[in-house]
Design a binder for this molecule. Structure first.
Ligand SMILES: C[S@@+](CC[C@H](N)C(=O)[O-])C[C@H]1O[C@@H](n2cnc3c(N)ncnc32)[C@H](O)[C@@H]1O
Length: 235
């Protein structure tokens, strides 16, 4: 149909917009380079996301989707806790997915049925599941708004009724905040139109509404670099 793009065009347009396209080889993964690549603080930020979702009511029988799961910094904790087969992780970088398998093996969790997909198009329907909860940690901080819109629309399609999508972001005090911001306490400088990005709550709530999701600001959740948490809820 005129004007319609093949699905892969979205993935191609996302490629190269952030720094996560380097392909790690087996030796890099053996050395643990993936832990640095996803932002380090491996233990702290891994455990933080797990404890946060536990406090939000995550239970072992829930089905969890981890969008931009990287090398499973949080995923290892979720896979250990959830019933086998209830964790699904998707990431654009296939080598980080490989590193995720490596981390699961290191933790003795290779047989827990985690489903991991390399996909840069947010095609989460491929898992063939409905999710009670979804999480994206340090993902949209690296995405342009139109890519966030794709992400929200595709995740909305796989959330169970009342399902919840928790997303970290760098907060701007108002919409279209063109000036850069220094985000306490990590002193990361964020931008309106460059990675790492900031958004206002209203900007994200507007994108969510277009995807049929309600937005609620949770705010500070103890992230060491000052990312805040927003909740998108399926109606
Ligand atoms: C800072 S890392 C965080 C990874 C993981 N959530 C964690 O807490 O360790 C950001 C991740 O987003 C992934 N990413 C970036 N663009 C993406 C896209 N378009 N689709 C899926 N994943 C993407 C990167 O490959 C990278 O693994």
């Amino acid at each position: 149909m005129a004007g319609e793009q093949p699905v892969d065009a979205t993935a191609a347009s996302m490629r190269g917009v952030n720094g996560y396209w380097r392909a790690l080889d087996a030796e890099d993964i053996r050395r643990g380079e993936h832990r640095t690549m996803v932002g380090a603080m491996w233990d702290d930020i891994g455990r933080l996301q797990f404890e946060f979702l536990r406090a939000q009511g995550l239970e072992p029988q829930h089905r969890l989707l981890d969008v931009g799961c990287g090398a499973l910094r949080g995923g290892v904790h979720f896979v250990r806790y959830l019933e086998p087969g209830h964790y699904c992780g998707l990431d654009a970088n296939a080598s980080l997915i490989e590193a995720g398998h490596h981390e699961l093996a290191l933790a003795g969790l290779a047989d827990r049925g985690a489903a991991l997909l390399a996909d840069g198009n947010f095609d989460v329907a491929q898992f063939g599941q409905r999710f009670d909860m979804a999480i994206a940690v340090s993902l949209i901080t690296h995405l342009y708004a139109n890519h966030i819109q794709v992400c929200l629309a595709r995740v909305a399609e796989v959330l169970a009724p009342g399902g919840r999508f928790y997303v970290t972001f760098f907060e701007a005090p108002h919409s279209a905040h063109l000036a850069s911001l220094v985000q306490p306490p990590g002193e990361i400088t964020t931008h309106y139109a460059n990675d790492p990005f900031h958004q206002s709550f209203d900007e994200l709530a507007t994108l969510a509404a277009r995807a049929g999701l309600d937005a609620e600001l949770i705010g500070d959740f103890g992230h060491p670099r000052g990312q805040r948490m927003i909740l998108f809820r399926a109606r």
